[in-house]
Design a protein around this ligand. Structure first.
Ligand code: ZN
Length: 191
């Protein structure tokens, strides 16, 4: 981890882990890939190591991120998908030249094109977004219950009743807020 930068919120779904590089969208937003190097770091953690990243490529990544966020949010509330967001997702998916590689151990790895371009990595993320927004994967798109977050996340729980994008942050904060509210209303029940 690099000192001075907000850490990453890593989930099990690539596309929504990527949109979680900007958190608290409805509150005080926290940018978790503030520099090209931080995007390089994030990609490496997610199995999409690239050699380098320019400012323009970081802009491209953020444009894709916000497009996925908009499209996934619309899908979660069963609204029409915003055409411009769909266009960006499709452009990034089309331009990427990554290949899925099977390792001898039977694991899937991504092989990016020559020079390990950021565009190839973004293509993988865009394709992942397509698969969850299109409803091809086992799970349900939902919006985080935290009013300062409202992130779109992919619920793969058995009951499909997950409320928060992240249990350790949004989930905990909501629980604490409810606990504090109860304490104010019934101080005599304080432990
Ligand atoms: Zn959240």
């Amino acid at each position: 981890m690099r000192a001075g930068f907000p850490d990453f919120r890593l989930g099990t779904v690539l596309a929504t882990s990527f949109t979680a590089t900007l958190t608290e969208r409805q509150g005080n937003p926290v940018e978790r890939i503030p520099t090209p190097q931080r995007l390089v770091d994030w990609l490496a953690v997610n199995g999409l190591a690239v050699d380098s990243c320019t400012d323009a490529q970081l802009d491209l990544a953020r444009e894709l991120r916000e497009s996925i966020h908009l499209a996934a949010t619309a899908a979660a509330i069963q609204d029409a998908l915003p055409a411009s967001a769909v266009q960006v997702i499709n452009d990034r998916s089309t331009e990427g030249r990554a290949a899925a590689i099977l390792t001898p151990e039977g694991e899937r790895r991504w092989r990016l094109g020559s020079g390990s371009r950021v565009e190839d990595a973004l293509g993988v993320i865009a394709a992942d977004a397509v698969s969850i927004i299109a409803g091809e994967r086992d799970g349900r798109l939902a919006l985080c219950a935290s009013p300062t977050c409202r992130a779109a996340f992919f619920d793969t729980s058995q009951s499909r009743t997950r409320k928060w994008c992240d249990m350790n942050t949004c989930g905990n904060r909501q629980k604490k807020a409810r606990f504090n509210a109860r304490q104010r209303e019934h101080p005599e029940s304080a432990e």
